[in-house]
Write a protein of this length. Structure first.
Ligand code: ZN
Length: 70
């Protein structure tokens, strides 16, 4: 992605801009939010799902998502 904001990217003290959440692959309108509620957690403490703010569907994050959004 090439969505860097120059005002914050130029500063040495800021490591990286906050990642932009992906768009829902189901309805293609809603943004996906991290759902970290206890009932959907599996064995892993850091496990979470995407939750669409528009259609309320849940998605399993990819490996890249886990790295970028944890
Ligand atoms: Zn959706």
């Amino acid at each position: 992605m090439s969505t860097r904001i120059s005002t914050t990217a130029e500063r040495g003290s800021v490591p990286s801009p906050p990642p932009i959440p992906p768009t829902c692959p189901n309805c293609r309108q809603g943004l996906l939010w991290k759902d970290t509620r206890a009932e959907i957690r599996e064995n892993d403490e850091h496990h979470w799902r995407w939750w669409c703010g528009n259609c309320s569907k849940r998605f399993r994050p990819t490996e890249e998502h886990l790295r970028r959004f944890n």
